[in-house]
Design a protein around this ligand. Structure first.
Ligand SMILES: *[C@@H]1O[C@H](CO)[C@@H](O)[C@H](O)[C@H]1NC(C)=O
Ligand SMILES: *[C@@H]1O[C@H](CO)[C@@H](O)[C@H](O)[C@H]1NC(C)=O
Ligand SMILES: *[C@@H]1O[C@H](CO)[C@@H](O)[C@H](O)[C@H]1NC(C)=O
Length: 374
């Protein structure tokens, strides 16, 4: 019964948010400063080039129906690092095990070049919240079988986040914000790290600077975009070792001037990553931990306590009231503006939404896309 209730609430929440965002999007249609949740979650490669050789650490996370929808990176023989927002739907519906991880290839037209391994389980950061926040956007998939791909090394301190250092992003996401059909090829692009101050100027409230790192050009033009989420931002050190510095998380649109791509900071989450892959939880007795694990577990236990506090707050009835109010406001707004702007806008909105996080195999091909942007 509980799970039915949760599932029903999650559907209601979705309807409420969709209706609310839709009416807001319609109301402000045509103005440049439209920022909705989809834009914030959106992340592909814009302004890059086709990768010349496979990247052993590069993973494509695939839905059995929609195909490639997020990136990831091999961090050891059985674990893939990715973004939390890639997985929340699957965790809610308990369908994580339907996902597969594609490794070792570059072009999806050549299926045989990939090794495909099913996902066994997923761990999402305890503090990640599905709605209204981009904080703690980090997750780890456990593979059902080990891979022989060479893992990427993880950035271990802040020296990797020096402004001006140039990182590389890789992904199978779309090449332009208005594209629906991502390329079959892996794209890479170079983006310089941006200072906290510059990034705060552009991304403002959406940014928790300690847990995130920003990269891109002030003039725009090069960025991650839809379908690249969860993939790595990485750097090659002088001796050739490749280090992952960030995880593609969010941006306002893609490659817009004055907006940078925002990445979860790998060095910040290193204790969480180590604990998660080593299976250390808040329940693990201290005497069973190594010194490093004990040090790391301080962060995981603090996080868990905070998470429980948040959960308790959320589970009181005021959140249900807010959801119902959202539905009422959303549906009323929807009815009002839907009639005004017409059914075609609704259809366009639907298409834009479906793009988020999914490859667009089911989308109409060959239609003009320019009118679809808000
Ligand atoms: C497909 O990938 C395999 C394995 O990497 C490679 O040997 C083959 O040449 C590729 N085929 C094409 C048409 O590129
Ligand atoms: C990061 O680690 C390297 C190697 O251990 C060290 O040389 C460097 O000073 C450290 N940087 C910071 C900012 O801690
Ligand atoms: C490169 O340097 C890092 C640390 O400085 C070291 O851990 C790693 O083993 C080195 N890699 C190679 C290939 O020499």
């Amino acid at each position: 019964m509980l799970s039915i209730h949760l599932a029903a609430m999650s559907i209601l929440r979705r309807i409420a948010v969709a209706a609310f965002v839709l009416s807001a999007a319609m109301l402000v249609n045509g103005q440049d400063e439209v920022v909705n949740y989809d834009d914030i979650q959106a992340d592909e490669i814009v302004g890059g080039s086709i990768a010349e050789a496979p990247l052993e650490f590069m993973a494509s996370i695939q839905d059995p129906l929609f195909g490639q929808f997020c990136g990831g990176s091999v961090i050891d023989s059985t674990h893939i690092l990715t973004a939390a927002h890639c997985l929340t739907d699957y965790i809610e519906k308990d369908t994580v095990q339907t996902l597969s991880v594609w490794l070792g290839g570059m072009n999806f037209l050549n299926t045989s070049s990939f090794t495909v391994i099913m996902v066994e389980s997923a761990s999402v950061h305890q503090l990640y919240q599905t709605i209204n926040s981009n904080d703690f956007d980090i997750a780890i998939l456990t593979l059902a079988e080990p891979t022989t791909m060479t893992p990427i090394q993880l950035a271990y301190n802040e020296s990797f986040e020096e402004p001006g250092l140039v990182g590389t992003i890789a992904g199978w996401g779309v090449l332009d914000e208005s594209d629906f059909v991502p390329p079959p090829s892996l794209y890479i692009a170079e983006v310089p790290i941006v200072s906290d101050a510059d990034c705060l100027k552009s991304s403002g409230d959406a940014l928790d600077i300690d847990t995130m790192v920003c990269a891109g050009y002030e003039a725009g033009g090069v960025d991650a975009c839809q379908g690249d989420s969860g993939g790595p931002l990485y750097m090659t050190s002088d001796n050739g070792t490749i280090y992952q510095v960030g995880i593609v998380s969010f941006g306002f649109g893609c490659a817009n001037a004055g907006e940078y791509g925002v990445y979860s900071s790998v060095q910040h989450f290193l204790p969480w990553i180590r604990n998660t892959i080593e299976g250390v939880t808040a329940d693990t007795p201290e005497e069973d931990m190594t010194e490093q694990q004990r040090e790391d577990s301080a962060s995981i236990q603090t996080n868990m306590r905070e998470y429980k506090a948040n959960e308790d707050e959320e589970s009181n009835s005021s959140s249900d009231t807010i959801i119902i109010a959202l539905i009422v406001v959303g549906v009323l707004g929807l009815l009002g503006v839907a009639g005004y702007f017409g059914y075609s806008k609704w259809q366009h909105y639907q298409r834009r939404r479906r793009l988020m996080g999914y490859s667009s195999s089911e989308l109409p091909v060959g239609e003009s896309t320019t009118e679809l942007m808000y």
